[in-house]
Design a binder for this molecule. Structure first.
Ligand SMILES: Cc1cc2nc3c(=O)[nH]c(=O)nc-3n(C[C@H](O)[C@H](O)[C@H](O)COP(=O)(O)O)c2cc1C
Length: 309
């Protein structure tokens, strides 16, 4: 390379790196302002806490070995959060969901088996619905935390990955990748740094790591694109696995950058891939329960945009 050309490349890269830093600092400020990171008593933040803790309580009831006494701390926390939420937002659906979770836990403490408190499912019905019309497939997809023993068919996984690869992606960069662990030791290593699989993840016959190859994104404006493309890819993969008759549970990858790097080194995923999530995959037991997971009513989800003249 000629000296002038290399000087130009260096200056250009320095400018790009500086811009990269600036937008990430900007992102950090926006996140601090708009999320619950620093403000605790905004209605949306309180509602988020209630929904998350209510889920902890209900998830405890959907685990294979759910014993009375589990989730005491979560229940106490939820009671306090519900009081705060009631003061700010009244007895809306979020408050009612939290109360319902507490009531289910109280019944469990009183001796009602967890299998009667979750949402009852039957493998045959789930699989029939999953091979039918799309709305049925969507309605019947639930996070499964009780798996039947036995391996998952590798051909099923391949077919599902093939469908996931048909997901849309920005400028067709097609960055979605799936790293599959089926051997016990591999699965253990993959799950070792994940916080959220405890009590059921070990029973999953396969654990998939969904990643996106970040190297295909070139500008700072695309710094979040891997998450968007990866989310779409993961959703298709979930439906495809469901269509194959398998049970799945997304597992968050909310970790610090140092843990992310440690994980990639430990399992052999290239550093230039962005880990979007992990997915526990396994066969459905004939009968099982899943956690209650209430959803927002349509009028909170869909809004018309005002017209501006
Ligand atoms: C990105 C993502 C991460 C998740 N992480 C976990 C997890 O770590 N552990 C878990 O048990 N469930 C996890 N879930 C499952 C959610 O709790 C579940 O999707 C939600 O409660 C709605 O229930 P449903 O999937 O049965 O409809 C995750 C879901 C998503 C989308």
């Amino acid at each position: 390379m000629k000296p002038l050309q290399s000087l130009y490349t260096m200056a250009r890269n320095l400018k790009r790196f500086w811009l990269n830093l600036r937008v990430h600092v900007d992102d950090a400020i926006t996140f601090a302002r708009s999320s619950g990171l620093l403000q605790e008593d905004q209605p949306g933040v309180l509602a988020g806490h209630v929904l998350k803790t209510a889920h902890r309580v209900d998830k405890g009831l959907s685990l294979p070995d759910s014993q009375p006494g589990h989730g005491l701390q979560a229940a106490q926390l939820l009671s306090r959060q519900l009081q705060g939420h009631l003061r700010h937002s009244g007895a809306d659906w979020v408050w009612q969901s939290g109360r319902a979770a507490l009531a289910r836990r109280a019944r469990h403490e009183a001796g009602v088996p967890a299998s009667e408190l979750g949402v009852a499912m039957r493998a045959r019905e789930v699989q029939e619905a999953a091979s039918g019309a799309f709305p049925e497939l969507v309605r019947v997809r639930r996070s499964v935390r009780q798996f039947a023993p036995g391996p998952v068919c590798i051909e099923s996984l391949k077919r599902a990955c093939e469908l996931a690869a048909l997901s849309p992606s920005a400028c067709n960069r097609s960055g979605g990748r799936v790293w599959v662990a089926t051997e016990v030791e591999q699965r253990r290593r993959v799950l070792a740094l994940q916080d959220g699989h405890q009590g059921f993840g070990e029973q999953a016959a396969a654990v998939a790591v969904v990643t996106v190859d970040t190297s295909a994104f070139h500008t700072v404006a695309e710094r979040h694109q891997a998450w968007v493309d990866g989310g779409l890819f993961a959703m298709t993969l979930l439906y495809a696995l469901q269509h194959e008759g398998l049970g799945t549970c997304c597992l968050n990858w909310c970790v610090q950058p140092s843990t992310d790097r440690r994980f990639k080194r430990s399992v052999g995923i290239p550093l230039h891939e962005t880990v979007v999530m992990l997915i526990a995959i396994g066969a459905l037991p004939d009968e099982f329960t899943v956690a209650h997971s209430p959803r927002r009513p349509l009028d909170e989800v869909m809004h018309g945009l005002g017209s501006h003249t």
